[in-house]
Ligand binder design. Structure first.
Ligand code: 5AD
Ligand code: SF4
Length: 445
């Protein structure tokens, strides 16, 4: 086989938005090699499963997906497992799933073309190195964007070592991409048609680096530089850690119209005892103090978070404190999970693992409260005038779906508008998960 025998590829990304970004970069890399995107796995010569290792279910899903790639005639496409499961399980994957040809970690996917060559000769190809030279330097530059919203990974890895989390092991130590690379990539995304950019990182607000004048900057400095790019209308960032939430970043929310009033700031638990056992290095009070400061400069900020229920040793009282912090913080949306022991993490070996039925019950109660808050937040927007960025078509004729500054989805009917338009609407109705609106005027093409 030669490189040209592999014509079509399909990439399936699981898990966080950083994987979505990596999936897009892999796709651009394969297009650069002369391949094209298949419409699904069935018609692809190469399938890349870009995996997530954060919870057990995510891992199980990878193995069942690999099984499903076998075709009726007994053949399979070339299969590459990328992402955090690849990094964590390495060779074990080819042992459990012999149809897998390539295993490539999140720091090595720029080497995909070479690994495909190895796989074509019938050998298993594995690369889970975390090389000193950044993969970003080896990837093709950004071109035309398929959507008006783009992701930009600014920071990768994590040095926080929360005791439940695999990220410090699968994504490695915290690194910040250089200022100039990021400003250039943001400009290329805008030139390619993006008008909203979400800056990504496992600890995005830990980003730091020297600017073009050699001055040390934090994420707020970078955001202020991106704010000056003509044509970039909206900036978002996620996920933040409470300990890196600087006064400068909070102030930027008060100053910059392009910086959207939305903050994803996980707290995980409302119990200081649990936060300590999780090695979170912040308290429930210090988290709420950050929100107070933020709401002083940006009273309408929409808050999102992550929660874990059933961490080892969590008592009813600890869980009640989680409900209390949710009531005090007031979320517009949130993600909540049952604790899942991850191999190699300190918490997996802790005593007092919590029974599954206790976790189920706690998760249900937490989610009921979070859903109530989300619905109330949506209802508060009814009657308001706001701008939305149209991101995709809806199911109905002439229907488009856009996002408010607070990241709520809004359905509108307007046959003359297009994806990428920023339009002013009145919010007319709210449901638990989305809003309905009516057009006022078009703000910018
Ligand atoms: N079990 C359950 N949830 C977890 N998360 C991370 N690790 C685990 C785990 N072992 C959750 C955290 C984190 C989000 C991305 O996933 O809430 O913020
Ligand atoms: Fe995982 Fe904690 Fe790092 Fe977030 S801060 S990636 S939860 S170790």
């Amino acid at each position: 086989m030669t490189q040209s025998d592999l014509k079509k590829f399909h990439i399936k990304s699981f898990g966080c938005q950083m994987n979505v970004y990596d999936g897009e970069r892999m796709s651009e890399l394969l297009v650069d090699q002369g391949m094209s995107a298949a419409k699904d796995g069935e018609e692809a010569d190469l399938v890349v499963l870009n995996t997530c290792h954060i919870r057990e279910k995510a891992v199980d899903k990878v193995y069942s997906d690999i099984g499903r790639l076998r075709r009726k005639d007994g053949t399979s496409p070339m299969i590459a497992v990328a992402g955090c499961v690849a990094q964590a399980e390495g060779k074990e994957i080819s042992r459990r799933a012999p149809t897998v040809d390539i295993v490539v970690g999140p720091q090595a996917y720029h080497r995909l073309p070479e690994l495909m060559e190895v796989a074509k000769s019938g050998k298993k190809a594995l690369d889970t190195d975390m090389p000193a030279v950044s993969k970003f330097d080896a990837l093709p530059s950004r071109g035309k964007q398929a959507r008006p919203t783009a992701f930009l990974t600014v920071q990768e890895g994590c040095d926080k070592f929360c005791t439940y989390c695999v990220v410090p092991y699968t994504r490695g130590a915290e690194i910040s991409r250089p200022w100039t690379d990021l400003v250039d990539e943001a400009k290329a995304l805008v030139d390619g048609g993006a008008c909203e950019i979400t800056l990504l990182g496992q600890n995005v607000n830990a980003w730091s680096g020297a600017d073009d004048k050699g001055q040390q900057q934090g994420l707020d400095g970078l955001i202020r530089a991106l704010d000056r790019i003509p044509g970039l209308k909206r900036i978002r960032y996620m996920t933040s850690h409470p300990n890196d939430m600087t006064d400068g970043l909070i102030a930027a929310h008060g100053d910059l119209a392009t910086l959207m009033p939305f903050l994803h700031l996980p707290v995980q638990s409302g119990s200081d005892r649990m936060l300590k056992a999780m090695n979170r290095s912040h308290s429930a009070r210090s988290y709420l103090d950050i929100l107070d400061k933020m709401r002083k400069v940006r009273p309408d900020i929409a808050l999102s978070g992550d929660f874990i229920v059933g961490f080892p040793g969590e008592t009813d009282q600890d869980f009640e404190e989680t409900l209390e912090i949710v009531r005090a913080a007031n979320y517009s949306q949130a993600f909540s999970f049952k604790y899942s022991p991850r191999p190699g993490t300190p918490a997996a070996g802790m005593d007092e693992q919590i029974a599954p039925e206790v976790m189920d019950e706690r998760l249900q109660r937490l989610q009921a409260l979070l859903n109530e808050q989300q619905y109330a937040f949506n209802q508060q927007t009814v009657g308001r005038t706001t701008d939305i960025l149209l991101e995709r078509k809806g199911k109905l004729d002439g229907q488009l779906i856009g996002k408010t500054p607070w990241l709520q989805s809004v359905h509108i009917i307007s046959p003359d508008l297009e994806i990428g338009d920023l339009v002013e609407i009145d919010v007319t109705q709210a449901g638990p998960n989305s809003l309905t609106g009516q057009i006022r005027e078009r703000l910018a093409a």
